[in-house]
Design a protein around this ligand. Structure first.
Ligand code: ATP
Ligand code: MG
Length: 321
């Protein structure tokens, strides 16, 4: 089964990205054909600082490798290194009704949050459809926010196939219900562009400061506390097994501890969880040439997969003359 994942280098990768997508992707490398890319063209829809984009692209690649992306088993590249994706994006634009894009929640949410609307933000799902269809992807593991985008890709593929024959594989989304939406420190969906994230890799002091800012209900220290809707609990539980979760719930129910205590605990749990990955990251950070070489080889592999597909597209659409 071919599984595809992309992540935008639009900011520091955060634990929402990790539990919503990276973790499952890393784990599926043994059983599936994993295609993973750094979506730098997508990031341009919300970022217009060249130095920052190029730096964040290398940073995301370094993070991925640290988290267990295995370039031997999987195909791992930077989106802009396989330019055919832009060609397909244009071809697919002709199969994308305006209404389909106008209904996209993610676009509407971003605009509602004050992110400047522009055509690339609006047509983002078409580029995402190109990402998916160019590589014959079957399954797209996503957070809940991206389900609709995969459905749009499928709709576009169906329209194209109806016109030109069954050229594209129809993709399906896969969501891990336990972590469909990781809350940010303000309780809204954790998003790079909302400035409410807990980065996977940051300095310990910075992480601890961020966790202290998680929004909680004001309840006196001695009183029992609700854990179900508590942002601290809902973040901590991602890192805990069944028994650890139960123990934490008990502490909430018992009272006598404030949210400050739960935050300290949460910080420690997160810090320990990523410790081995931090060590691997230090290696790749010190060997950026190796990271670049991995990306180059990955782009060559991805191009080879895309070649027969784009070739057929050129043929059936008459672009080849
Ligand atoms: P941006 O704010 O720029 O859209 P983002 O933080 O939402 O960035 P994306 O690059 O859009 O991150 O998404 C990468 C992957 O992470 C997607 O599969 C997405 O579904 C998943 N993801 C993002 N945020 C969360 C979250 N809060 N909970 C679960 N999954 C998430
Ligand atoms: Mg997003």
């Amino acid at each position: 089964m071919r599984v595809l994942t992309g992540i935008q280098p639009s900011g520091d990768l955060h634990i929402g990205n990790y539990f919503g997508s990276i973790k499952a992707m890393i784990e599926s490398q043994n059983d599936h054909e994993v295609f993973a890319f750094i979506a730098n063209y997508h990031a341009m829809s919300s970022l217009s600082d060249g130095e920052r984009l190029s730096r964040l692209t290398m940073q995301a690649a370094t993070d991925f490798l640290a988290l267990g992306m295995d370039p031997q088993k999987s195909t791992f590249w930077v989106q802009s290194d396989v330019k055919e994706v832009l060609e397909l994006y244009w071809v697919l634009s002709g199969f994308t009704p305006m209404g389909l894009l106008e209904r996209a929640h993610s676009y509407k949410d971003k605009v509602a949050k004050g992110i400047a609307s522009n055509h690339s933000l609006f047509s983002y799902p078409v580029l995402m459809a190109a990402d998916i269809l160019l590589f014959g992807s079957e399954v797209i593991p996503v957070g809940k926010d991206q389900i609709q985008h995969v459905e749009i890709a499928r709709d576009i593929a169906v329209k194209f196939n109806n016109q030109y024959g069954d050229l594209f594989v129809l993709p399906e989304f896969r969501v891990d219900e336990n972590v469909a939406t990781v809350p940010g420190i303000d309780g809204q969906k954790m998003s790079k562009s909302y400035g409410n994230t807990i980065p996977i890799f940051s300095e310990e002091k910075i992480q601890s400061k961020i966790i202290k800012k998680i929004v909680t209900e004001a309840v006196p220290m001695e009183e029992p506390k609700e854990y179900e809707n508590c942002n601290v609990y809902n973040i901590a539980k991602l890192f805990l097994d069944y028994e650890e979760c139960a123990a934490l719930q008990e502490r909430y129910k018992k009272g006598g501890e404030g949210h400050g205590h739960f935050k300290l605990y949460t910080h420690d749990v997160i810090w320990e969880y990523f410790r081995p990955y931090r060590e691997r990251r230090a290696y790749f950070e010190a060997h950026q040439d190796e990271v670049r070489e991995i990306l180059n080889l990955g782009a060559a592999k991805a191009s080879a997969t895309a070649a027969p597909i784009i070739d057929k597209v050129r043929s059936v659409t008459g672009i080849r003359y």
